[in-house]
Design a protein around this ligand. Structure first.
Ligand code: NAD
Ligand code: TDX
Length: 339
């Protein structure tokens, strides 16, 4: 049995991105004795605004790269635990240019693991359900911790590689690590290149939403706050060397999600464009999170998708300055790809 951990100081890599920043806010709001150090390279996906309003005595921000071994070594010498979110995270970008995915997701994770090993630091690695490949629409199966790895895209293959490195460092060097593989997150502060915020901000900008392929691909949606609470349970009470799948029984196909956005925003249900499909597009993801729920007693709180989606739409309506400056360049990139 692994002893429970009560960290006083944690490092959060990628804490200026979507899920990382929501995790930092969650920790600041729910764990009053914990100090967070964010390590983030502020790539196109990182935004310091995501951490606005956090009191100075609760969080420090360090602008740096997870591939910088010297910097990482220095940081790991003075922390109780690390939660590793930093990654290149967008499938379409990985298809256009896989290079930064190899660098950050594989070499970056390797660099962190070496420092975790040297300083014997508790390490939690954030990964994705995409490492398991995809399921057929009519398959009753869902992914479990025993499902074989079968990644499809450059993005998911680099995430699978990083998971394998973590497992090897646990077994060979005794690194105190856990892994979680989560399904598709939604909520505030998600980059507008991703499906849900792209469609919301398209409508707010007078652009028609864009649906790939036949729109029947299924994603298993979870609110990012539920991801945060699950990560905290695993970090503090999970068994070393174990993998936990995180999901909230939120399977929905893309066309239904888009129709829900259109309806909430007062648009007709066919007011969108069909566009070129993503090459290698995974058909369906579905998570069985029984292990996390039974072993650690975790439960999602945001079980009403319509309510979570309406709140997310409201966030983009109320935070135009956060996304408007990058809307044109994001759409130009898609247009060049026929999407
Ligand atoms: P994101 O793209 O919004 O944020 C990534 C953050 O990492 C950014 O702040 C960026 O500046 C930072 N970063 C990138 N390269 C870096 C480097 N070399 N050094 C330091 N910082 C760097 O990503 P996200 O959607 O918040 O995803 C976070 C993590 O969660 C990723 O590991 C991703 O694989 C995983 N995940 C995401 C989802 C999802 O639905 N978005 C689902 C499951 C798992
Ligand atoms: O404009 C679009 N139209 C569309 O139909 C976009 C951007 C996407 N899609 C489709 C593709 C997918 O079937 O919507 C679905 C969701 O797409 P993304 O938001 O790009 O997410 P996905 O590829 O499923 O990956 C996400 O979940 C798992 C995250 O980006 C990953 O980081 C995470 O690992």
């Amino acid at each position: 049995m692994t002893e429970a951990l009560s960290p006083k100081a944690i490092i959060v890599t990628g804490g200026a991105g979507f899920i990382g920043s929501n995790f930092v806010h969650w920790v600041v709001d729910n764990q009053p004795d914990v100090h967070v150090t964010v390590l983030d390279a502020l790539t196109y996906a990182g935004n310091l605004e995501n951490l606005a309003g956090i009191p100075e005595d609760r969080m420090s921000f360090l602008h740096g790269n997870i591939c910088d071994a010297e910097l990482v070594d220095e940081l790991f010498a003075k922390t109780d635990a690390v939660v590793h979110f930093a990654a290149e995270s967008h499938n379409d970008n990985s298809i256009a240019d896989p290079t930064p995915f190899l660098k950050t997701n594989v070499e970056g994770t390797f660099t962190l693991l070496q420092a975790a090993r040297k300083h014997d630091v508790r390490f939690h690695h954030i990964s994705t359900d995409e490492v398991y490949g995809d399921l057929a629409l009519d398959d009753p199966a869902r992914f479990t911790e025993e499902t074989p790895y079968h990644p499809s895209s450059p993005y998911s293959s680099t995430k699978a590689s990083s998971d394998m490195l973590v497992r090897a460092w646990v077994r060979t060097y005794g690194v105190q690590a856990t892994i979680s593989n989560c399904s598709n997150n939604y909520g505030p502060r998600q980059h507008i290149e991703k499906f849900i915020p792209r469609q919301i901000t398209n409508i707010l900008s007078g652009i028609r939403p864009k649906l790939y392929g036949d729109g029947k691909n299924v994603r298993d949606w979870i609110h990012t706050e539920d991801h945060s609470s699950a990560v905290w349970e695993i970090l503090t009470r999970g068994r070393i060397g174990e993998t936990y799948l995180i999901g909230a029984d939120g399977e929905r196909n893309n066309i239904n999600v888009l129709r829900a956005i259109l309806a909430e925003m007062g648009k007709a249900e066919d007011d969108f464009d069909w566009v070129r499909d993503r090459p290698g597009h995974d058909r369906r993801y579905a998570i069985d999170s029984t292990k996390l729920r039974t072993e650690l007693g975790w439960q999602p709180k945001h079980t009403d998708f319509a309510k979570g989606l309406a709140a997310t739409i409201k966030w983009y309506e109320e935070n135009r300055a956060w996304w408007e400056s990058v809307k044109q360049q994001t759409e130009a990139k898609y247009a060049a790809q026929g999407q």
